[in-house]
Design a protein around this ligand. Sequence first.
Ligand SMILES: Cc1cc2nc3c(=O)[nH]c(=O)nc-3n(C[C@H](O)[C@H](O)[C@H](O)COP(=O)(O)OP(=O)(O)OC[C@H]3O[C@@H](n4cnc5c(N)ncnc54)[C@H](O)[C@@H]3O)c2cc1C
Length: 456
Amino acid sequence: MGDTVTGMPADTVSVTGWGRTAPTAARLIRPGTYEEAVAAVRDCGARGGIPRGLGRAYGDAAQNAGGSVLDMTGLDRVHVIDAAGGIVLCDAGVSLHRLMEVLLPLGWFVPVTPGTRQVTVGGAIGADIHGKNHHGSGSFSRHVLSLELLTADGGIRTVGRGTPLFDATTGGMGLTGVILTATIQLQPVETSLMSVDTERARDLDELMARLTAGDHRYRYSVAWIDLLARGAATGRGVLTRGDHAPLESVSTRARRNPLAFRTSRFPAAPAFLPEGLLTRTTVGAFNELWYRTAPRARTGELQRISTFFHPLDGVPHWNRIYGRGGFVQYQFVVGHDQEDAVRRIVRRISERRCPSFLAVLKRFGDADPGWLSFPVPGWTLALDIPTGLPGLGALLDELDEEVATAGGRVYLAKDSRLRPELLAAMYPRLDDFRALRAELDPRGVFVSDLSRRLNL
Ligand SMILES: Cc1cc2nc3c(=O)[nH]c(=O)nc-3n(C[C@H](O)[C@H](O)[C@H](O)COP(=O)(O)OP(=O)(O)OC[C@H]3O[C@@H](n4cnc5c(N)ncnc54)[C@H](O)[C@@H]3O)c2cc1C
């Protein structure tokens, strides 16, 4: 979770997001029972508290300077599995990794997974996460049938779909209360393999055209984009799209145990790599290699679930490769009719020579009702940038303006630096969210660094 801070009480630790920017000190409480969770909320002190899962939000959403942070990973039981109907009832501290271990052998998969399976169900609902299937399956909340929420008064409420509290909580960044359990509808699968098509696109126009023309044929779709390519190659990329492999498509050998959940694990990244390792030159060389070694077009390749969805999970603590300064993840979405805004932003990032190798472009489908839920129909681009890049703050401020002008928004689960004045334009239900919070939590029990910074 973090390092102990000298001179502070023993349970006070330094807490950061996955990007390791802006650490703050907080009292860390890890409830092991619902009663302990209730007691923790009642006792969180003047600076309030915020629930935390596995800390994979990149920014400051799950930290609370000088207050309490409720680490919910101690409540991690899978309570009931309806193996016929594909429904699971579990604690919110269960990770998606654990759900895959338990559910895949039964022929079920999580309905939405982000680029890491090391997130909790609570974090998945709190940020209303999206995956490569958003264009068809929506965000995580679409598959949540109900949840139990521990609110600021210490009460536990069952919250059903279609209620204001459900819509404020899904994407509500932990600010309506602590999700204790969730009932989730799952996705049936015949095997634990993916059938994957890969193709290269020479530039951004070709990449966007192929995504637009072909996404409806795939359950999962995403494009890696080379943000260091310039000139005619600006925005070139590699599309990977696919679906769960049906039983008849896998080898006789794989059919013996078609639902086995296999993962790879490489050595952890060293505690810290020297600053400056990720330069334009090294990242440019990596991107060139990645692009050149991707097949021009390949269909039906069988890949493990872990390879297709979570390649980074194989390297524990990979976030250390950015050095002590950490890195910023920037993710925005703009409407389908705002392709020119995407072109301008990609050109601007390419011209600034940001050493980014984890950059993905994707098309979102219909939005879900969460008031602060990020995905809306359109184009979303996510990229990582080391904090050492000169002029980074000004660059991102400019991008925010461009995104807001185009009617888009940035993703709060990745944010650590957005200016509050842009938030209302990006999230039109913000006032409803604030009003519900004022009524539900008049003393301001639930608070985070993110909520203070953006006045959520
Ligand atoms: C490698 C990587 C890839 C990623 N890819 C994607 C992606 O493809 N799509 C995507 O949407 N996101 C993606 N993310 C972001 C990640 O999915 C979200 O930030 C998610 O919320 C992290 O879950 P967590 O359990 O780590 O929660 P934390 O990071 O600990 O917390 C995130 C938020 O959820 C709230 N929260 C946590 N637990 C609870 C609870 N029990 N009750 C109420 N609120 C709670 C917290 O208060 C906080 O606001 C990625 C992150 C990484 C590191």
